[in-house]
Each structure stands twice: as C-alpha cells, then as structure tokens.
Design a protein around this ligand. Structure first.
Ligand code: GLY
Length: 371
C-alpha cells in the first residue's frame, strides 16, 4: 500500500516538473485538459507553489527551493488585495510553508499582509469574514473560510499579537455555529441580510439544504487544522464528526459525488478534488489523535485516508504529461457547469499533500512544516 502511494507521489512530482517547464503563469484549472493560467495566482497560486515546495522536500536541490521562492514572491502582487477571503490559500502553502522550510524572512511581509487582508474583511456585526462582495445580497461568508483562518493565527503568533489570535478564534467559532448543521453536514454559504439576520445557503452545491462535498471536505480539514493551531478541543470533535458524515456519504467506491445528494448516482460526476482535500484532512485527524495518545481513532482515520487515497489513485491519477494535472475528475462548479470533469490545482495539491502526510506520519517535524 505504502509503495503504491509512494510511486503515485513520484509520478505526481514528475508531472509538476513537466508542468513547470511549460507554463509561465500560475496554473488554476483545466479546460478540455489544458491548464488555464493567470499571472496573479487567482485563489490557487499558493497550491502551485506548495507543489514546488513538496518537490524541493523530495529532491533537496537548491534550484528547486529558488524556483518555489520565486513563485511565492510573485504573490507580492496580492498583498493589498482585501477583496477575497482566500488569504490562507494564497499565502499558506506558498509563504508559510516556504518560511518554515527555509527560515527566509522575505516571506513574513506576505504572511502578515494575508492576515491584514482577512482583518479588513471582518464584519463585526456577525463575527464572520466576508468571502467576497456579491451584488444583490448584503453579506456572504462561506465554510471554506475555515481553511484560510490559520494565516491570521500564524501572523498573530509571529508578531505576538493576541488580538489576531482572538479574532481567529471568534471567526472559527462562528463558522462552527452557523455553517455546521446538527447532523455535522455543512452549509456552503452563510448569508446575512440588512438587519444581520443569518441564514444558510449554497453557492456551488445543489441546494441550500444539501451538502456540497468539497465544502464538507474544506470544513473537516479546516476544523482539524484549527484545533492543531488553537488547541481548542471542540474544533477537533467537530472535525471528527464532519469527517464521519463525509465518510458515511461517500459512494460505494469511496469517491464523493460532487454533492452528497447524488450519492451512488452514476449519472452525476464525482469531485476528485474533494477526495484529495478530505484525504489530507483525515490524515491530520489521525496525526492529532496519535499525538493525544488516542491510538484507536488515529488508526481508524489513518486507514480511511489510505483507503481513499488508494481508490483516488486507481480512478483519478493521470500520468499523461501533455494534458490535465496529476488528478482528473474534479468538478469546479457544477451549478454553473464550469470545470466539470477537469483537473484543478487544489485537487492536485491536496492529493500530494495527503500522501506526504501519510508518508511522514511517524515524523511530526516534517508534518509541522505544512500550513
Ligand atoms: N474555495 C472555492 C472552491 O472550493 O471552489
């Protein structure tokens, strides 16, 4: 099993190497198998840079670290972009990961800028971060924000600012309060009206009350990571229960339908990017329980991560160099029919990150480097 995943990881690294030579902008998602790229990193530039850091941790070649640093530094163009909540995605796997690997202080201003951009979008009346401005609605927050919050915590740790850490905690608690349902499924979207009345909704899922599988994957990973940073046990309990919901709603072959409404419906596509994110999230949960000495749970979630990764490798690993990414069969936005059955940089990055976590499960220092 370990050998199969290791061999898939090596193939993934080969693809990163190939792609590096054939693009000049950040690869975002594929259309018809060809990468769409952009110069400012959109919300996925951190993942591409993170893949190059993973390459460096494998080959330990100085030039690979230089390349990763160059890609991360291109994200300087985003330091004043306070129009999106995606700050952790942008600056986490690029600059936090890079800082922890190299100790290079040039990454610090980017990390702090990401935190400041989050603070700028904080809406005190609801205690949430606005995800983006949306015409026709008063306010919108999304469950994915839980993945972005560590940038605020990390910045607070680095400059010893407890107000950032307190804000991070408050926002995480409010995401838990408003986006997580009683059965531990999730609302993708939390909106508020003019009077700051809050209600659940969706943006990329099937309906307001359905459960969008990638949102659930972001949430289970995000709450586990939030426990890792804050030590607040409730976040780990939430992550575990959300992971259980995710597991219980997988198709029989362990892949997620793009929305769990369509479990085992062969006419509906799977979302392999959700599978990648969830596998890495299950691996975090496993490591956290292992550190707590709760070995039964550590084994359970580790075994599930391995089982999901093996299935994803069998069904979605794409090794032809000239098209698609490492992982195919991702769905970007099914309701808008955007990127259905394509590759997405988050599907690629989290697949590789998940395998890295499993390969290094006995080496906490290697795992600690990750955002
Ligand atoms: N965070 C946006 C998405 O998952 O599509």
């Amino acid at each position: 099993m370990q050998e199969k995943l290791y061999s898939a990881y090596k193939k993934g690294l080969e693809k990163v190497c190939f792609l590096k030579q054939s693009i000049d902008g950040f690869p975002h998602i594929t259309r018809g198998g060809k990468w769409l790229t952009n110069q400012n990193g959109h919300w996925t530039g951190g993942f591409w840079t993170g893949l190059i850091w993973l390459s460096y941790l494998d080959d330990r070649e100085a030039h690979t670290a230089e390349e990763a640093t160059e890609w991360a530094m291109r994200l300087k163009c985003r330091i004043n972009d306070n129009t999106t909540h995606d700050q952790g995605f942008i600056f986490g796997p690029s600059c936090v990961f890079g800082y922890r690997i190299t100790g290079n202080g040039d990454f610090l201003p980017l990390i702090h800028a990401g935190a400041q951009n989050m603070i700028d979008q904080y809406v005190p009346q609801v205690g949430l971060v606005q995800a983006w401005a949306e015409e026709g609605y008063d306010g919108i927050s999304i469950v994915d924000t839980i993945m972005n919050l560590p940038i605020l915590w990390i910045s607070g740790e680095l400059d010893d600012d407890s107000t950032k850490k307190e804000m991070c905690l408050q926002i995480a608690r409010n995401i838990q309060k408003y986006a997580v349902r009683r059965d531990y499924s999730s609302y993708h979207v939390v909106r508020w009206d003019n009077d700051f009345r809050i209600y659940g909704d969706t943006h990329q899922g099937y309906s307001a009350e359905s459960c969008w599988s990638r949102g659930q994957a972001w949430a289970l990973y995000g709450f586990a990571n939030m426990y890792r940073y804050t030590g607040e046990r409730e976040f780990l309990d939430t992550a575990e229960k959300m992971a259980q919901y995710y597991w219980d709603n997988l198709n029989d072959d362990l892949m997620p339908a793009w929305d769990f409404t369509f479990r085992n419906d062969p006419s509906m596509p799977i979302d392999a990017s959700a599978a990648s994110i969830a596998a890495s999230g299950f691996s975090i949960i496993s490591s956290l329980y292992r550190a707590l000495g709760e070995n039964e749970k550590a084994e359970l979630f580790g075994d599930r991560a391995d089982a999901m990764l093996l299935k994803e490798t069998e069904l979605c690993l794409y090794t032809n160099m000239s098209e698609y990414g490492i992982i195919e069969h991702a769905v970007v936005d099914y309701p808008r029919k955007s990127g259905v059955d394509q590759s997405a940089m988050y599907g690629d990055y989290y697949y590789m990150e998940a395998i890295y976590r499993r390969m290094n499960k006995d080496d906490p220092n290697s795992i600690k480097l990750l955002y």
